[in-house]
Design a protein around this ligand. Structure first.
Ligand SMILES: [Zn+2]
Length: 627
């Protein structure tokens, strides 16, 4: 592609040209064993490190398997050490040297949800090896959907979800966020489908003698942690938004997606103004079928997004601001281990709020912050103390067990608190310096503490003396000095809630022009005090059960279930049978399971809906439904 980028940062020279092939960049971190090795990877990249992976992948929709072969370019600091890769649910593994001769390998014991260590004995002269494998249909990263499970119903669809430690279930890899690699891929797929990946696409090629399939090529010469290597394949159309932004979606959603995401270039411009140049080239968005378990996934150059953000009025585009902000926090500077996850998400939520403020104004950002704080506090009441620590201890635990609002919102509140103390100009300088100093590297909580001690704490000793960083980072709960966003618009809603509960006709106090956030505040505010009759009145006046806004609809359905309002029953079932986003499924199934009658219904719906959901969602729901 001819893109050349040369950056000199912190003494590390990163050179990347558009050509295929290994471009080793030795980050100082991996010249020796790290102080806190990644608990969730068996690989020891400081001994033998993969620097580039060149993949040949074949997608077999009939057997729902990916057949892979890849050449791993290596950097070896000890010629006697084996190469160790992480694998999970893979079959037919074989290993060869580039001389074509087999290499000995050993598969370790299977660890629950961590998979196995694939230990490969190298010859002294091996600078690269080839590994072949086949995935199993039950592998956690890939979801294979039949045509009937897509929005368009025109063809099958598959996609990958790598975060946190799922990439190893479709690609043998050193699956630790502390190691960055470049990659290239040639993916063979049925001719009527399109393959997209989290890298630069260079188009599709014919296969001599095989008119039924095409080979799609992608590559990424910038280095990324393995959880950010992603692919998807299906009936996809593309619409350009600007010279560097495009949207991919199924035919059934492409028009809505292109309109809804039409402001993405403006967001990119705002983000660059705040955080420095966007270094990844393109920024495209792939709108997935409704089964996608997340809101969005920040795969580089190609954000994966749920179609539930397509509300028709651009009211849910904060999600794109969030994924875009990950281009700096997460993708450019990556959490070293999953115990540092708050560095990815806390920074990103703070940056997302700044982008929202830049585009939509302070009022909207304050509204989102106030709602997020309420969600955080409500969730913290249900968590154990260890789960509320930013620098979380995951020893003996899967990364998913640390997943909550805490790394997101408590992390963002720490940065917001720092802004309160030192002012906006200094916090902006701090952010730019942090991104620049750690660009294309990983960072740990200890790095963050050192960076503050060497920078902001020296620059603004008086202000920073008021910040108890140890309390924020290493202790449970939310510190008393956590900033509290006040939103006038939400205070008006709170007053409306009180009046409606006291018996005032809702139509007298609710403004038909309320936005998503005001409706969310209102619905949550009604809580325990709403009778089924009141919900019926509200539904009659404002048509909440037929809302096209997934956030409002989900909050409304949950309230309906909890308060025994039957008017939502049909819509609830339809929603659960079509949408796979975990954020919505968990509270809805949880609400159903709060009564014994509801639990039976939940089990009946789940039996039919489960094949639609990604493993990320079923891992959580299997326990919830059957407990
Ligand atoms: Zn995020």
């Amino acid at each position: 592609m001819g893109k050349v980028l040369v950056l000199l940062m912190g003494g590390v020279l990163l050179v990347s040209a558009g050509c295929r092939g290994p471009k080793p960049v030795l980050t100082p971190r991996y010249s020796q064993a790290p102080e806190n090795p990644d608990l969730h990877s068996a690989s020891q990249p400081w001994l033998v490190r993969v620097v580039h992976v060149d993949m040949e992948l074949q997608l077999d929709f009939e057997s729902e398997c990916l057949v892979g072969s890849a050449v791993y370019s290596l950097q070896r600091s000890d010629p006697h050490e084996p190469l160790i890769l992480d694998v999970a649910s893979l079959d037919q593994i074989s290993v060869h040297g580039l001389d074509g001769e087999p290499r000995g390998f050993h598969l370790g014991d299977t660890q629950e949800r961590l998979g196995q260590a694939l230990t490969i004995q190298l010859e002294e002269f091996d600078q690269a090896v080839r590994v072949r494998w086949k995935t199993r249909p039950e592998g956690e990263a890939l979801q294979w959907l039949g045509p009937e499970q897509t929005a368009s119903g025109l063809g099958p669809f598959m996609y990958s979800q790598g975060q946190a430690i799922l990439t190893r279930s479709w690609l043998p890899i050193q699956d630790t966020p502390g190691n960055r690699i470049s990659w290239s891929a040639r993916v063979t797929a049925p001719r009527d489908l399109r393959v997209v990946m989290s890298g630069e696409g260079t188009g599709a090629q014919e296969i001599p003698g095989d008119p039924s399939r095409l080979v799609w090529q992608h590559e990424l010469s910038l280095t990324v942690p393995p959880y950010l290597i992603a692919l998807a394949c299906g009936r996809l159309e593309r619409r350009a938004i600007s010279p560097r932004v495009a949207v991919f979606a199924e035919p059934a959603t492409i028009e809505l997606a292109a309109t809804e995401l039409g402001g993405t270039e403006a967001m990119l411009v705002a983000a660059e103004k705040l955080f420095g140049p966007y270094l990844w080239g393109r920024y495209d968005v792939l709108v997935l079928p409704p089964a996608f378990p997340f809101g969005g996934m920040e795969n580089p150059l190609l954000t994966f997004a749920t179609p539930t953000i397509l509300a028709g009025d651009r009211s849910l585009v904060s999600l794109i601001a969030h994924e875009l902000a990950h281009s700096w926090s997460g993708n450019l500077v990556t959490n070293e281990t999953w115990e540092d996850f708050w560095l990815n998400e806390g920074f990103t939520v703070y940056c997302e709020q700044r982008i929202i403020e830049e585009i939509f104004g302070k009022g909207r950002s304050e509204m989102e912050q106030a709602l997020a704080r309420t969600d955080l506090l409500a969730e913290m009441e249900t968590l154990e103390p260890w789960q509320t620590v930013l620098a979380i201890d995951l020893d003996g635990r899967h990364p998913d067990m640390g997943f909550s609002w805490v790394p997101y919102e408590k992390g963002a509140l720490l940065l917001r608190r720092m802004e309160e103390l030192v002012g906006r100009e200094d916090i902006d300088d701090f952010l730019s310096a942090w991104f620049e100093a750690h660009a294309f590297q990983s960072a740990s909580t200890a790095d963050f503490e050192e960076f503050i001690a060497a920078g902001l704490a020296k620059l603004r000793p008086g202000a920073m003396a008021n910040l108890d960083l140890n309390l924020w980072l290493h202790q449970p709960g939310l510190p008393d000095d956590a900033p509290m966003a006040i939103s006038e618009s939400l205070l008006m809603v709170d007053a409306a809630v009180s009046r409606v509960i006291a018996g005032t006709d809702p139509a007298m106090v609710i403004d038909a022009e309320w936005n998503t956030f005001q409706w969310l505040r209102f619905i949550h505010g009604l809580g325990q005090d709403a009778s089924p009759e009141l919900l019926g009145t509200l539904d009659g006046q404002f048509g909440l059960t037929s809302s096209g806004n997934a956030e409002v609809l989900c909050a409304w359905l949950e309230l309906g279930v909890r308060r025994g309002y039957g008017g939502i029953d049909e819509r609830l079932e339809q929603f659960l049978l079509t949408v796979g986003r975990r954020k919505y499924l968990v509270p809805l199934y949880d609400a159903l399971c709060s009564s014994s009658e509801g639990r039976v219904r939940a089990q009946q719906i789940y039996l039919r809906a489960r094949p639609l959901y990604h493993a990320v969602s079923t891992q959580t729901l299997d326990t919830l439904i059957h407990d």
